[in-house]
Design a protein around this ligand. Structure first.
Ligand SMILES: Cc1cc2nc3c(=O)[nH]c(=O)nc-3n(C[C@H](O)[C@H](O)[C@H](O)COP(=O)(O)OP(=O)(O)OC[C@H]3O[C@@H](n4cnc5c(N)ncnc54)[C@H](O)[C@@H]3O)c2cc1C
Length: 355
């Protein structure tokens, strides 16, 4: 996919920079009051989709329309209820349009002049040419629930956050004994010591490993799980080499956090049942928890300094913009009281006449 693409498969950090630069371009192109809104479609309302919807709607404010689509009838179906409710409140307050109970069956790429249409069926490879800045997307939504009707949405940018597949190497395609036991999601099945089943000398952790908890539920593909597994895998590798007993991995759920904008987050720690911190308090708690969980002192210092610098820069920028706005308002008020007349035209736009 080229760098000018507007359809983003949202799995890697560099994608954030591409989305940011695409939004910046659109913001520059649609600066005036009469410009059409920037339409962003976000497919999938898991954590990634919801965090994106909250962050982008905060950024674009009235200049954008955020449409978030989910096949389930709720957002973040596996999240703690407190996090889900906090996220719903934020999305509603930022006027994000939620299309729940729909799946996206087709995305059409339409040129601005509408003389060429490229169609991408879901599941096929998506191809986008370099003239993308003049293009928009048409999304076809099919109901996944009874009582809903199909919908057609338009978007300048599509963020696809649905599904991810681990990359597992093929050891030797001709030797069946070397194939890994994979589950439906393409993850390698492991025993509780994190050894791949049938491969006593191979360990798997993180997103590519499939391990169930004592209730039989598959552990989620999160950094929290990967991080905890790393210690066990390290120990068990040493134990396997030295003929010592291997330790069974037990996941300790610490809670869940989500970002909902610059100063907004939700955090539900698992050690206090039913507690959710949200808003600025959730934001501060999330930052502290995140910092404490970074693996080394060096990481903590680097990230801490970077956050501090960013918050100082943001505060100065916000102060400057408030002062600029105030001085513009004041000069306009002065101008009008002495030499100008103001009128409201028919379309509701304010006009200033210099006399
Ligand atoms: C958008 C997004 C947001 C997320 N937010 C959260 C969150 O808030 N909290 C949370 O807990 N989890 C979150 N996750 C999930 C979390 O990122 C993963 O669960 C975690 O990174 C898994 O760690 P891992 O080591 O298994 O895989 P990865 O972090 O993907 O690391 C695998 C590494 O291996 C490298 N690699 C791949 N193939 C090869 C190869 N053949 N040779 C050498 N290197 C290779 C890759 O480049 C990569 O660096 C998020 C994921 C996404 C996509």
């Amino acid at each position: 996919m080229g760098t000018t693409s507007s359809l983003f498969l949202f799995f890697e950090p560099p994608m954030l920079q591409k989305v940011n630069s695409k939004l910046t371009t659109l913001e520059q192109q649609r600066f005036g009051k009469d410009s059409p809104p920037i339409r962003v479609a976000i497919v999938g309302c898991g954590y990634s989709g919801v965090e994106l919807a909250a962050t982008i709607s905060e950024r674009l404010e009235d200049r954008g329309i955020i449409q978030a689509i989910n096949v389930e009838t709720t957002i973040c179906p596996n999240a703690p209820p407190g996090n889900r409710e906090a996220a719903l409140r934020v999305l509603q307050s930022r006027k994000t349009q939620l299309f729940l109970g729909y799946f996206v069956s087709c995305i059409k790429e339409v040129s601005a002049s509408e003389d060429s249409v490229g169609m991408t069926r879901i599941g096929e490879e998506m191809s986008i040419d370099a003239k993308i800045h003049q293009k928009k997307f048409i999304l076809e939504l099919q109901p996944a629930q009874r009582g809903l009707e199909s919908q057609i949405l338009e978007a300048d940018v599509v963020l696809w956050t649905v599904g991810s597949k681990p990359v597992i190497p093929h050891l030797d395609p001709f030797d069946q004994s070397n194939t890994f036991p994979l589950n439906g999601r393409g993850q390698a099945e492991t025993d509780e010591t994190l050894r791949v089943r049938g491969h006593p000398r191979i360990f798997a952790i993180g997103d590519l490993a499939a391990l169930r908890d004592s209730s039989g539920n598959l552990l989620p593909a999160t950094a929290q799980v990967a991080f905890q597994q790393a210690d066990f895998a390290g120990w068990n590798l040493w134990a396997a080499i030295n003929d010592r007993p291997l330790l069974p991995f037990r996941f300790q759920k610490l809670g869940e956090m989500m970002t909902l904008g610059r100063n907004d987050a939700a955090i539900s720690p698992s050690f206090i049942e039913g507690l959710t911190l949200d808003g600025p308090l959730g934001h501060a708690a999330r930052k502290i928890a995140y910092l404490l969980r970074l693996p080394t002192d060096e990481h903590q210092i680097k990230v801490g300094i970077s956050w501090l610098t960013k918050s100082v820069v943001d505060s100065v920028a916000s102060l400057q913009s408030t002062m600029t706005k105030r001085s513009l308002d004041e000069s306009e008020a002065f101008c009008c009281s002495s030499h100008c007349a103001k009128q409201i035209d028919e379309s509701g736009h304010r006009i200033i006449f210099l006399l």
